[in-house]
Design a binder for this molecule. Sequence first.
Ligand SMILES: Cc1cc2nc3c(=O)[nH]c(=O)nc-3n(C[C@H](O)[C@H](O)[C@H](O)COP(=O)(O)O)c2cc1C
Length: 167
Amino acid sequence: MKTAIIFSSKHGTTEKVAGILAENLGKENISLINLKKDKNPDLNAYDSVILGTAIYAGNPIKNIKSFALKNESNLKNKKVGLFICGMDPGKEKQEEQMKASFPDSLMQQAKTKHYLGGEFIFEDMNFFERFIIKKISKAEKSISLIHHENIKKFVEEFKDEENPVET
Ligand SMILES: Cc1cc2nc3c(=O)[nH]c(=O)nc-3n(C[C@H](O)[C@H](O)[C@H](O)COP(=O)(O)O)c2cc1C
């Protein structure tokens, strides 16, 4: 069973979370694919695909959604997991952002989908981002709120062979 974890990350947190998922899923037979570097990965080599994106201004990074839409029919025959990384603590907002990130068909088909937390790393932000985040979040220092509990749930649900997805 080969798995691809395909992600879109601007400042590296989603990439970090994708790496933690890979470690927890057992690493071998897992390919980590950064859509910024590998724009058109071939999905035929994989039985399972996990898609993840960071959220900016309520929306996913554009290339993940267009990749999902372009590969919608190919993804139909695979085990799919979806995740988002963000800093909005509100459950409803997280759900809205998840919906905004992936096509409906994948949302319904996904074996697991979770909000996996995020980070504010001020050193990596540009002036404009730093200004906005300081204003909105009132955060003064970098902060890591990666949601390890949800990562655990994600891995358990994704691995669960008792309830295989019907393809
Ligand atoms: C300018 C800016 C806007 C953001 N907007 C949102 C948002 O609307 N909702 C949210 O949950 N997180 C938001 N975030 C937090 C990011 O999603 C978070 O920092 C995430 O960890 C970034 O992942 P990345 O490092 O993989 O790009 C925003 C961050 C920045 C810098």
